[in-house]
Write a protein that binds this ligand. Sequence first.
Ligand code: NAD
Ligand code: TDX
Length: 356
Amino acid sequence: MSKRWLVTGGAGFIGSNFVLEARKKNLAKVLTLDLLTYAGNRTNLSAIEKDPDHEFVHGDISDPSLVRSLIESFKPTAIFHFAAESHVDRSIDHPGIFLKTNVEGTFVLLDEARKYLSGGGGDPGEPFRFIHVSTDEVFGSLGAEDPPFTETTPYAPNSPYAASKAASDHLARAYFHTYGLPVITTNCSNNFGPWQFPEKLIPTVVLAAIEGKEIPLYGDGLNIRDWLYVGDHVQAILRIHEAGIPGETYNIGGNSERTNQRVIETILSILDQERPRSDGHSYSGQVRHVTDRPGHDRRYAMDASRLKRELGWTPEFSFESAIGETVRWYLANEEWWREIRSRKYAGERLGVLPPL
Ligand code: NAD
Ligand code: TDX
């Protein structure tokens, strides 16, 4: 197989969905580099545990000597960079680790890729690509009547997480313009699906509901996110790797704007059908309005028309069909999330964060 992909963050939510798809379709040999922070989980990749074309390395993207030796020995034809600290609430409490991983880690990867290519590395038959996976949050917040974000919307990050991702996007851009590193940046909206860590809205709601706990809805519950099924995000990234233009950026979105309140109502009505409460009441009685997230962006919406028009990508799943599948996945994979919940994971690495 001539394609060799170095995937960072491949034990996390989106990265593991990507690695599993790449190996299922035998698209490339894959080397996963992941630090296994509280959000990383080798179990996500257990289906390919014995796959001879997948290798897992436990390590930090901000360690230049490790990254250099992996690039020199594996000789990737592409780097897919998913690794990040990804949770906005945690970035508010502990911004430093977001700068370390998202900014410094991205810098190390870009710089080692540059040195590898400028030193004669690379495969003449396989044009090298560095796919930098980013977010809609770099664009800031929209008002109710504003048009969705496009690739030319100015950056206006509002959280430490968004600022760290914006900084990494700027580095990616600079490495293309200054050194000609063939970087493509993708900015995607909110993902959902299997293996999403139970700190994000959708798994939080499912698990709190079935455990009989209060379901926290921040502020007035009318903040809007644009939801995309993770499998559609993975397909978009594969298509961009195949046909995207180096130096360009592509917005990825589901055209599925929903208030948080509506997302929660949809999940709870699925649960009322699939796993009714023993007392016969609806789960909706467990929802509680809680203190808002500081600096909480009001609305995100992505205009993904460039990706559709130029590269022919369209999402396959509607929010309604994929949310049902996702809720059922969490119901069927109780062992996965119970194991996560039983860990004292967060404090162990960061020394500060309380367990969820
Ligand atoms: P996640 O938190 O589930 O997974 C992140 C992974 O990165 C984990 O496996 C973790 O162990 C690993 N990691 C963290 N620090 C590392 C380091 N220093 N070195 C090596 N590995 C490290 O995140 P996710 O939701 O899968 O997001 C993946 C990427 O997609 C991120 O870059 C994120 O910014 C971006 N993104 C996410 C969403 C979303 O809705 N989840 C939307 C748009 C973009
Ligand atoms: O318990 C909750 N209650 C609640 O009302 C949680 C966890 C969230 N919320 C709200 C905050 C947001 O408006 O739900 C919305 C979604 O929250 P998150 O799941 O934390 O996602 P968000 O902050 O929108 O960021 C996500 O999408 C963009 C990912 O975590 C980022 O990594 C990605 O870049």
